[in-house]
Write a protein that binds this ligand. Structure first.
Ligand SMILES: *Cc1c(COP(=O)(O)O)cnc(C)c1O
Length: 393
């Protein structure tokens, strides 16, 4: 299924640039064309010329992206959606009333929202547990559980779960392990190789990488699962347009180069923050102080571009910092080349009830950084001037 001009044994960097993409056989164009077409000529009724009938079902630009993503995650197939949440939606469309999902308790706010406020209404049940604790996951699995759904590192507390252990545990009970790999990207972590059954992505983040497109994907190996999910992809119709697919493909070509700099900058800033007197707590999997640092070192190639921290002076100081940085833009989302800053409790995670946030250790004043690929000295100086303003008040 995965079209590759350079074979599956190629290294990540080579796959990023070539997998799913070949020069146009008709005119030699190097770049994958953006196939702006909704329909395709058929040679006879029900005999589509090139295997394409209608662009909700499939489109060649989307196919190129799906094959590229499958190769990057080491999967047999990929399916793309109009957003990360549309991918989550397709995953849940397979379930029926009474089915149950064991999910991490530190999830992307929109994932929590679609679970609780959309699919609970259809009789799907969710248990939220600390997935860094395999015993807690095991205890939560019920006979009707269909998925164990994990983010690692999680958002925004950057907890790292042991994917290989969770896969074994899920499989022992006949359940599927789904890993949201948005924060790590396939460059840093390959859940399928660790035993996961499905990988989910918000392509909006690092894979797109330039804050110019919204998209999602599911990647896996089981062909039966692919057919079921492809049915819902087409039947529900949350599919990306060809321009969106093109923009993500343009992003994946430089994923490895961007990630190296994201990780380098984030580690430098995390270390700097940890040494600052204004800062009470820094959360970054690359710091020795992180609770799962040893696991992160084993499971990931590097530690990612996301850093969370709390100021000793609390929420008001955090709000001032987030409003006075000049290079770090105050905005939701993450994973673009430019640095962003936000306050999860009042922004990306506002849909999680306050008591739940508190019980998770997600303080109202927690600051989340998406560290970009600018010069790290400029990023440090920017935080420093914002700290000075926050502590003058
Ligand atoms: C953004 C995000 C999503 C949702 O993706 P959208 O593209 O915004 O729909 C899911 N999981 C994680 C970890 C995310 O950061």
């Amino acid at each position: 299924m995965v079209r590759m001009s350079h074979g599956t044994t190629d290294r990540f960097e080579t796959r990023a640039i070539h997998a799913g993409q070949e020069p146009d056989p008709h005119n030699g164009a190097i770049m994958t064309p953006v196939y702006f077409t909704s329909t395709y000529k058929q040679d006879a009724p029900a005999q589509p010329r090139g295997g394409y009938e209608y662009s909700r079902t499939s489109n060649p630009t989307r196919t190129a992206l799906q094959d590229n993503l499958a190769a990057l995650e080491g999967g047999a197939w990929g399916l793309c959606f109009s957003s990360g949440l549309a991918a989550t939606n397709a995953l849940l469309d397979r379930l029926v009333p009474g089915d149950h999902v064991v999910a991490g308790n530190d999830l992307y706010g929109g994932t929590y929202r679609i679970f609780r406020r959309v699919f609970e209404r259809y009789g799907i049940r969710f248990s939220f547990v600390d997935t860094t604790d395999p015993a807690a996951v095991e205890a939560a699995i019920e006979p009707t559980t269909r998925y164990v759904y994990v983010e690692s590192p999680s958002n925004p507390l950057l907890a790292v779960s042991d994917i290989a252990v969770l896969a074994k545990l899920a499989h022992a009970k006949g359940k599927l392990l789904v890993v949201d790999n948005t924060f790590a990207t396939p460059f840093l972590q390959q859940p399928l190789a660790l035993g996961a059954d499905l990988v989910l992505h918000s392509l909006t983040k690092y894979l797109g990488g330039h804050s110019d497109v919204v998209g999602g994907a599911l990647i896996g190996n089981d062909p039966k699962l692919r057919d079921e999910l492809a049915f819902f992809q087409n039947a529900v119709g949350g599919t990306p347009g060809p321009m969106d697919a093109f923009l993500v493909l343009r992003g994946t070509k430089t994923l490895h180069v961007r990630m190296e700099r994201h990780c380098e900058n984030a580690l430098a800033l995390a270390r700097w923050l940890e040494a600052r007197p204004e800062v009470a707590r820094v959360v970054y999997p690359g710091l020795a102080s992180h609770r799962q640092h040893a696991l992160a070192k084993r499971q990931m190639k590097a530690f990612g571009g996301m850093v969370s921290f709390e100021l000793a002076a609390g929420l008001e100081a955090a709000n001032t910092v987030a409003s006075t940085t000049r290079l770090f833009t105050l905005a939701e989302s993450l994973g673009g080349v430019e640095s962003l800053i936000e306050i999860p409790a009042s922004m990306t995670h506002a849909s999680i009830p306050a008591e739940t946030r508190r019980s998770l250790g997600l303080a109202d004043g927690l600051v989340r950084l998406s560290v970009g690929i600018e010069h790290v000295d400029d990023l440090r100086a920017d935080l420093e001037q914002a700290f000075a303003k926050a502590h003058k008040r």
